[in-house]
Ligand binder design. Structure first.
Ligand code: ADE
Length: 262
């Protein structure tokens, strides 16, 4: 998969992209990231990328010309791949969106800075907008890295265990079960007996129940959309869950619609 990133700070990306799983994916040609500095497409001697907002008010706005020039130079006019703007106003970036993007041969990410971007970039260049959560960062660089990371680990061949992404939290609509490794007893805290029993059917049932319990306790909103078997429903009922119900104390609200900010 090829990912073209347009940013004013390409140097932010390299250290992270050169580590661990992402570095190996790049070495093996599974991920091809190209970083472009938007400033390289300015035409004035000060290499200006921002200007004051029409209508006044504080802050600066990123000018449209260098962004259009950069993206069209690299991707053609019109661009030959989805052009995704990282912004807190975008649709929520979820594991489902990561799966969808991972099936594309190529995407472009724009990491904005300053107070915002000239609206014409949004209207006439960008094809999708993504937010990584309801908070505001100083720029789209970290969000772009989040997208690259989440998408890359789903690309075929990137993770050693090809089934690993299917077991992740969210991939089955539930949070993952807890994990343990040696020692069997640490500071008096034991690994649950069932995990040492060697009884694979029992272990699978325990993990499924832990996953259901965690999701119910921490993210009951996910249960409303998760594919549940009759056994899952019966187990959840023992915890006090009923279709469309909430646990006694939970930060999440099962009924609230997905929201995005400003
Ligand atoms: N840029 C600044 N904050 C952001 C966020 N939460 N998601 C995506 N892009 C952003």
């Amino acid at each position: 998969m090829r990912i073209d990133v347009f940013t004013l700070f390409p140097e932010v990306f390299e250290p992270y992209l050169n580590l661990s799983i992402l570095a190996r994916a790049r070495e093996r040609g599974l991920l091809d990231v190209h970083l472009y500095n938007i400033r390289d497409w300015t035409t004035d001697k000060h290499r200006t990328v921002d200007d004051e907002p029409y209508g006044g008010g504080g802050g600066m706005v990123m000018k449209p010309e260098p962004i259009f020039a950069a993206v069209e130079d690299v991707l053609g006019r019109p661009p030959r791949a989805p052009v995704i703007l990282m912004t807190p106003q975008g649709r929520p970036f979820t594991q489902e969106v990561a799966w969808q993007l991972s099936r594309l041969p190529r995407i472009a990410l724009i990491a904005g800075r300053y107070e915002g971007l000239d609206e014409r970039v949004r209207e006439h260049l960008v094809t999708d907008e993504l937010s990584i959560g309801d908070y505001v960062l100083t720029g789209g660089e970290l969000p772009a890295l989040v997208v690259i990371d989440a998408v890359t680990r789903l690309l075929p061949g990137v993770l050693g265990d090809p089934d690993a992404p299917l077991k992740d939290s969210f991939s089955q609509g539930l949070l993952e079960h807890p994990h343990y490794t040696r020692p069997a007893v640490f500071r008096g805290w034991s690994v649950p007996e069932v995990l040492r029993s060697g009884d694979h059917a029992r272990i699978a049932r325990w993990r499924r129940e832990q996953s259901l319990r965690r999701t119910w306790e921490r993210r009951p909103d996910l249960l409303a959309r998760a594919p549940l078997t009759p056994e899952d429903r019966a187990y959840l009922a023992t915890l006090g869950w009923r279709e469309r119900s909430k646990p006694a104390s939970s930060a999440s609200d099962a009924e609230a619609p997905e929201s995005s900010t400003n």
